[in-house]
Write a protein that binds this ligand. Sequence first.
Ligand code: URA
Length: 212
Amino acid sequence: MRVHVADHQLISHKLTYLRDKRTDSPTFRRLTEELVTLLAYEATRDVRVERIDIETPLAPTTGIRLASPKPLVVPILRAGLGMLEGMVRLLPSAEVGFLGMMRNEETLQAITYANRLPDDLSGRQCYLLDPMLATGGTLVDAIRYVVDRGADDITAITLLASPEGILHVETQLHDLTIPLTLVTGAVDERLNERGYIVPGLGDAGDRLYGVV
Ligand code: URA
């Protein structure tokens, strides 16, 4: 897996406010969107394009546009939903699918409880959105899910990642033969015994949408 950790003062600045427990939900949501747009810029560096002939007011020229099939953006519910707006702002013509996954807080295993994705993802570039790469269980399952349906290029975008989670994804998916990239705002110190990222930002879903 190619891991790209954002190295940008503006991203670190926004992450600091996101981490701060005094930051309220509306501000947390806005910062999440802004961060995703910044991360998406890097994450879409290799988005597939095709050449197109156009005419400017002065001369014919050749440019590029997003190739078909269009990329598929997949927020992993619930917390990934908070990243969707920031992503489609940069890729308005992308299609959006949804994957509902939650982790069992005792076993820390991921459970798929909903999905709204095309059955056939052959030849699709997929962007998976999940704010926290903690144990890595959810991301591994989500990647397998889209790869089993034919996706052939995966980029996961997270706000924070743990070293343990990155290692888990790399170990579990070592036999993956398609390109896999992780773009993250930061890699934190560690996971605690409850599977939370430390220092982290707490429960991303609760901070976005409140405790339910
Ligand atoms: N999910 C979260 O929302 N936060 C963590 O720290 C770990 C998993």
